[in-house]
Every structure is written in structure tokens, then in C-alpha cells.
Design a protein around this ligand. Structure first.
Ligand code: HEC
Length: 182
């Protein structure tokens, strides 16, 4: 065997070991997240379905997540500046006709009165308007939460589950999007 092939073989072995390590690590991570029932935050769910949402989703998610956007409180003017720096500084390819639509939508739902200031939301502090962004909660659920916490704050999301009689899938969502202000 020449030195060349030996090196090539060593490279192969290294690559295979590397691949196995990667596969195992991904497998373990996947298994872990399944175990805990944890879910990823779906930032798009937190934005109301209204005119312009589709344009925001297609224009503002190619370089970074919507997490940079959903919890912001910015005026329309300020959003116009942000979109300007995305197209200017970062060369985001956004046609002029879409800029107004995007700025309008963000001014409405990530504007100065945006009720969503943090996710997970504190179940004892988040406003009813913020809770409304969590689609898995019904209007009745939200009324019940607001009424109950004014007398007796929730001590855990499990207590919320019992109080609202949430099924497993809604409980999983509740643990992702809500916390008890600790
Ligand atoms: C071409 C890539 C690209 C696109 C498309 C893009 N951005 Fe960005 N954006 C960036 C980069 C790069 C940063 C700075 C790095 C970071 O904070 O992750 C950034 C940061 C931000 C920030 C945080 C900075 C701040 O001033 O608060 C906001 C908000 C933001 N982008 C909004 C948007 C919106 C709204 C859109 C859609 C109109 C958009 N981005 C589309 C590249 C892009």
C-alpha cells in the first residue's frame, strides 16, 4: 500500500466515524426532545391572519426567524426604517410594492401596542390580547384564566391544565407558550 492510499483510507475511516458521531448525536437530541414533549415555538402562529401576513412570511424569514419581529413594539415609521436596512444593508430582495404591505401589517401587529412582549408568556401577567394570539386557547379559556388569576394566581402550568381541563396536545402547547413567571 502506498502512502497515498493509506492516507485516503485514514480519511475514509475518519469520515465514517465523524458521520456516525453526528448521526448518534442527532438521534439522541431527537429522542430527548420527544421525551420531554417540548415543542418549538411557531412564531408564525403568533401573528394574526390578516392582509399582509403572507408577504411578511415570504419576505422576512429567509435570513432569520420571525422571533426577531413578533415581540417588537415599533411604530410604522420605525418598521419602515427596519425594512429599509434589510433591503439596504443586507440586500433583502423586497419589491417596493411589498414594503408598504409589510410595514402596514407590522405596524398593526408588532406596533407600539403589541401585547406580545415575550414568549413564553406569563400566564398570570400576559394581557387578554396577548393570550388571544395563542390559538389553542378558546375565548372562554381566556376569560376563565383572567377571572381566576385575579383572585388566585396559577402556581404552575399543570394547575392551568387541570383548571381548563386541557387535553395532552393542548397541555404540550401550553408548556411551550406559557410559564408561571418564575
Ligand atoms: C437578506 C437577509 C434578510 C432578510 C430577507 C430580512 N432580514 Fe432582517 N436581518 C438580517 C440580518 C443579517 C440581521 C442582523 C443579524 C441578526 O440580528 O440576526 C437582521 C435583523 C433584523 C431585525 C433585528 C434588528 C433590529 O433592529 O431590531 C429585525 C427586527 C429584522 N431583521 C426584521 C426584518 C423584517 C421585518 C424583514 C422582512 C421585511 C427582514 N428582517 C428580512 C437579514 C435579513
Amino acid at each position: 500500500m502506498t502512502l497515498g492510499t493509506r492516507c485516503a483510507n485514514a480519511n475514509h475511516v475518519f469520515f465514517i466515524v465523524f458521520a456516525i458521531v453526528c448521526l448518534c448525536r442527532d438521534g439522541i437530541t431527537a429522542a430527548r426532545s420527544l421525551e420531554s414533549g417540548e415543542q418549538m415555538i411557531d412564531w408564525a402562529m403568533l401573528l394574526p391572519d390578516d392582509q399582509g401576513k403572507d408577504v411578511v412570511l415570504s419576505s422576512c424569514t429567509t435570513c432569520h426567524g420571525l422571533d426577531l419581529i413578533v415581540t417588537k413594539q415599533r411604530s410604522k415609521e420605525s418598521w419602515l426604517t427596519v425594512v429599509g436596512s434589510m433591503t439596504g444593508e443586507y440586500q433583502a430582495d423586497i419589491p417596493d410594492k411589498d414594503v408598504d404591505v409589510i410595514v402596514d401589517y407590522l405596524g398593526r401587529y408588532a406596533g407600539e401596542n403589541n401585547p406580545v412582549t415575550a414568549v413564553p408568556m406569563d400566564v398570570n401577567r400576559a394581557s387578554a390580547d396577548a393570550l388571544k394570539r395563542l390559538r389553542f386557547l378558546s375565548g372562554e379559556n381566556i376569560q376563565d384564566i383572567v377571572e381566576r388569576r385575579s383572585k388566585n394566581e396559577f402556581r404552575s402550568i399543570d394547575e392551568l391544565r387541570q383548571f381548563l381541563r386541557l387535553d395532552q396536545s393542548k397541555f404540550d402547547l401550553a408548556t411551550t407558550y406559557l410559564q408561571c413567571g418564575k
